[in-house]
Design a protein around this ligand. Structure first.
Ligand code: GLN
Length: 237
């Protein structure tokens, strides 16, 4: 299964690299073979891609990857259309939207795969998060100045139960279109929420093999306990 990590040098803060490691480890535990590609600015995008990942970064990191992202945009859009699962966190989530307008007014155009628009603010949204999503309760950690608005008809990734989410006002978090998920959640998100990892792996397995995903039963007791504790600590019932 070919996994492509976009811009691991520029866009991989708050442990987002852990998402790639989690996927590689779980793909192996499910009995498949992962091939992890790191895509750097100016590099050749891998021929095969069954799962694409991107992480968070400083505004300056986003500026550094912008030209390359434009260069590989047709390929990424085609992959998204063909159903390749993708997980874009924070800074890369913003760049998978229509645009990120930084706090000093610089407009970084995005891919428009997700119908979201982000404006940088002087105030940052920082702290632990709990979401309700179609994939169950999700926990993570956010740190962004960008305030994101969903276009009409754009589904969020989840509903905020604790934390700020896209903008601190409408209780939406992230965005989800077909198999593409964008989210502000670091943590990193996948080791803390193995259900999301397996959702992505299942889709990628079907794409890679042309057959239904055959998962192994994995022991995620520690991840579940950690997640439940974060939910109990942050959500008042
Ligand atoms: N630079 C962006 C912001 O502050 C993204 C931050 C991040 O990826 N953590 O909104």
């Amino acid at each position: 299964m070919h996994v492509v990590h976009l811009y691991p040098r520029e866009m991989s803060i708050y442990g987002d690299l852990g998402n790639t490691r989690t996927l590689a480890a779980r793909i192996r535990r499910h009995g498949y073979s992962p091939v992890v590609h790191q895509h750097h600015p100016g590099g050749r995008f891998p021929e095969q891609a069954h799962l694409v990942l991107g992480g968070g970064g400083q505004d300056s990191g986003q500026v550094r990857v912008e030209a390359d992202l434009e260069h590989i945009s047709d390929r990424l859009r085609a992959l998204a259309r063909s159903g390749a699962p993708m997980l874009m966190i924070c800074g890369m989530y913003q760049l998978f939207g229509n645009a990120f307008i930084t706090v000093d007014g610089t407009r970084l155009p995005g891919l428009g795969i997700l119908d979201v628009t982000t404006h940088g603010n002087a105030k940052r949204m920082i702290g632990p998060v709990v979401l309700t999503t179609e994939l169950g309760d999700v926990v993570g950690y956010e740190n962004h100045s960008g305030s994101t608005t969903l276009g009409a008809g754009q589904a969020p990734f989840g509903t905020v139960r604790a934390g700020f989410g896209n903008n601190g006002t409408d209780r939406t978090e992230g965005a989800r279109t077909a198999n593409v998920i964008g989210s502000y959640l670091h943590g990193p998100i996948l080791p803390a929420n193995p259900a999301i990892a397996d959702h992505l792996i299942g889709l990628a397995a079907e794409l890679a093999t042309g057959r239904p995903f055959e998962p192994e039963l994995l022991d995620d007791a520690i991840a579940h306990e950690a997640r439940n504790r974060q939910v109990r600590r942050l959500v008042r019932r």
